[in-house]
Design a protein around this ligand. Structure first.
Ligand SMILES: Cc1cc2nc3c(=O)[nH]c(=O)nc-3n(C[C@H](O)[C@H](O)[C@H](O)COP(=O)(O)OP(=O)(O)OC[C@H]3O[C@@H](n4cnc5c(N)ncnc54)[C@H](O)[C@@H]3O)c2cc1C
Length: 295
């Protein structure tokens, strides 16, 4: 199937893009196009106008500034995958980037586009939730910062206003004794997750868990936090027993659906296992022992 006809605008600035969003009725934003182009081709999206943001300068950054890891709206999955900063300091991001889709999609698709797409099977939503991150949006009335926690509403639906453009995804820079990790189960390389778990742990000086955050993929209507598991972990010493109970609680709190890839019970068991693995890696990394997860 071919896409229906549409006009294209290529704004040079964020302001121009926002003004187009405001003035045009039936329009869609195009970033990496890895979700948008298939939607256009299958006529799941039939906008009169496509606003291609790829000509906007200065949105393809990945840097630490003022206590934040800032990821610009045109930063590709591959930029994250290749970043020395990510490799050095952000375990869950380093784990996730090579697990997103395939190299072709990673070269074009953007982290912000994936967050905007709000696919519950998307990996980045869980990672940004586990890092208690934020979505920075620009609209006609200026900038708005939306905590990731408040961003995802339903599959493919978010609290982003229709006239807003995401300019940045950001997460706090790591605290001392912080570690994070992401584990994902998929049928084969290039697939979306059947289930995934992102975990971030901050240890206190005594080695106890001061802060725990867990984001789950593909097991609810959006990426979600496993808050019962987080509550169980806080104040405890990291270890296999405490992680085992956290895995069970994450599984109990998840709401997967049975489909052709597996029944709901199987996916719940996978949430348990993946969460325990992510917590184990996060704890190791919080102790400054570096270990990469193999695909
Ligand atoms: C075969 C296949 C496999 C995939 N596997 C995975 C996977 O394993 N894990 C995973 O996480 N993802 C996966 N994806 C999705 C991939 O990550 C896409 O890159 C991502 O969903 C969209 O990013 P994009 O930059 O291509 O956005 P686009 O396709 O350009 O846009 C996606 C949506 O977001 C909106 N949008 C984009 N940027 C902005 C912005 N700055 N502000 C506001 N709205 C915006 C668009 O209007 C559109 O509605 C897969 C995709 C495909 C086609």
């Amino acid at each position: 199937m071919k896409a229906a006809q549409f006009e294209t605008h290529e704004p040079d600035t964020v302001e121009e893009a926002v003004s187009l969003l405001e003035s045009l009725d039936d329009r869609a934003i195009l970033a990496g196009g890895q979700s948008m182009v298939p939607m256009l081709r299958f006529r799941l999206a039939v906008p009169e106008t496509v606003i291609d943001i790829n000509c906007i300068d200065g949105l393809d950054y990945l840097e630490e500034e003022d206590g934040w890891l800032r990821i610009g709206a045109l930063t590709r999955h591959a930029d994250v995958e290749e970043s020395a900063l990510i490799d050095e300091r952000y375990g869950s991001f380093a784990d996730t980037a090579p697990l997103v889709a395939d190299p072709q999609i990673r070269n074009r698709g953007t982290v912000a586009g994936a967050i905007a797409q709000a696919d519950p099977k998307g990996d980045w939503g869980s990672v940004v939730l586990a890092h208690e991150g934020e979505v920075v949006a620009q609209g006609p009335d200026g900038e708005r910062v939306i905590p990731a926690e408040d961003f995802f509403l339903l599959p493919y639906d978010t609290t982003l206003d229709e006239n807003e453009l995401i300019t940045e995804i950001r997460v706090p820079t790591p605290a001392p004794r912080e570690g994070s990790a992401y584990h994902k189960l998929k049928r084969k390389v290039g697939d979306y997750a059947m289930a995934g778990s992102a975990a971030r742990l901050v240890l206190d000086e005594d080695g106890r868990i001061e802060n725990a955050a867990i984001g789950l993929t593909a097991v609810d209507i959006t990426n979600v936090r496993a808050t019962d598991a987080e509550d169980h972990l806080e104040g405890e010493r990291p270890g296999s027993e405490v992680f085992k109970r956290a895995g069970e609680l994450a599984a109990e709190q998840s709401n997967p659906e049975s489909d052709e890839h597996g029944d709901a019970g199987y996916k719940e068991r996978m949430v348990n296992v993946l969460t325990q693995r992510a917590l184990g890696d996060a704890a190791e990394r919080a102790g400054l022992v570096k270990r990469r997860v193999s695909q």
